[in-house]
Ligand binder design. Sequence first.
Ligand code: HEC
Length: 485
Amino acid sequence: MGLWTLSIAFAIYRSIAERKQQYEENLKIVARISYEKDLLYRKWVSIHGGVYVPITKTFRPNPHLSFIKNRDVITINGDSLTLVNPAFMTRQIYELGKDEYGAIGHLSSLKPINSFNAPNKSEKQALLRFEKGDTLFVTNDTINREVFYTYVRPFITELNCLKCHAQQGYKVGDIRGALFTAVPTKEFLQMKNEEIKSSLKSFLFIWFIGSGLILLVMYNLQKQVKARKIADETIVQRNTALRQLNIDKDRFISILGHDLKNPFNNILGFSEILTGEIEKLNKEEIKDIAGNINKSANITNNLLEDILMWARVQNGNLVFQPHILCLEDIFKNVIEVLRPGAYAKGITISFSNPDQINAYADKDMLKTILLNLVSNAIKFTNNGGAININAQGNPENLIISVSDNGIGMQKEDLSKLFNISEVITTKGTANETGTGLGLLLCKDFVEKHGGKIWVESEFGKGSDFKFTLPFNAETDKVNVAKNVV
Ligand code: HEC
């Protein structure tokens, strides 16, 4: 834009300078033509030694010519005639055309015969220059408040002039005086100004069009740049997300492999004993081995269920369908499922919902959360311990907690619980294994509800897992947005 404006400004400057030059040249041409015509007339009159014209009441003989013998003559018809010198003639002609014809012509000399021919300021300047050898003097004069372009050249004495000027001592080639032509500038000035104005208008128009185009191009470029930036950012974001997902999956597979190994080893070992030595075993032993196989198969099955669930969450295939749910029913159901495991360790599970609050949640997800938290609690609670599921708060801000009086956790392990890259597997109090995957599932599901999950724990005294299930209009929106991402 700056360059464009500069070049237009330069073009305007050039154009104005050109118009000014043109203006001067035009004036010079007109002045020269006027001057040359003037000179020719004077020369013509000089060749004839002046011309005779009739004497009238208004036209009287020139007193400055009184030294000429035949200044006044009478024709054979009796008409009186008088001699007119060139200077006198042209003065009269200019007087005649003063009003219609703007140009002024004038003869002057530093030693005038006629005081009327005394030089004005610029003529005097010109005459002094001519004496030093100059042959042209040009300037602007203000005459009667009007500006004139004045063109002055020396008037040289010729043979023809000597008839009247010899007596002053002039010789051929002397500078007799100056011939001065002044052209009014008004019309030329107007023309110049109008031309400048119209060229200014054209330049402005061009500037506007050009600027418009530049702005348009700039606007489009900027739009493209912005769009590309956004696209780049999205790609970077997606890449990071994908990379994280990949890391998570790798990590997950390694945890899984590690955790599946134990139960499978058990199943393999026990089934080998069964197939190889079934004849040698008594009924009681067979029952024991079959029980062990069943237990390991159950663990594997639970793991597989978690894996499938996790995969569905990661794919975004899990549809979030919240309803108003009766919490007691859910609690009872979860406890029912887990009772055998708890019973084996002599652990009691109870629940409380003092304010009879209902939840607004997805039934399957809430169940999965509770199943995971409670089975975790069973895993980390010693024989004869107690677990309690509790609901408190209000429907807008419901807090559900699963507390146990188990072994608890070290402070530094608390923060690692819900982070897949740090998932830790700790053996349970009865050597139970697990992926730690369950807690990650819980976190995902709680977040789908717009809630938070955290743990309060004291090493040796037990853990308290808590999560919120807020019930607000935003819940749905948050999840729609999350699913889109
Ligand atoms: C017929 C006589 C006559 C001739 C020829 C003549 N002049 Fe003059 N000229 C005069 C007179 C008289 C004046 C002064 C009175 C006047 O202004 O009318 C004068 C005035 C001038 C002036 C003005 C300065 C002044 O002294 O007042 C100049 C310059 C001049 N003449 C130059 C010339 C030149 C150059 C020639 C030859 C090309 C020439 N004249 C031919 C008679 C003549």
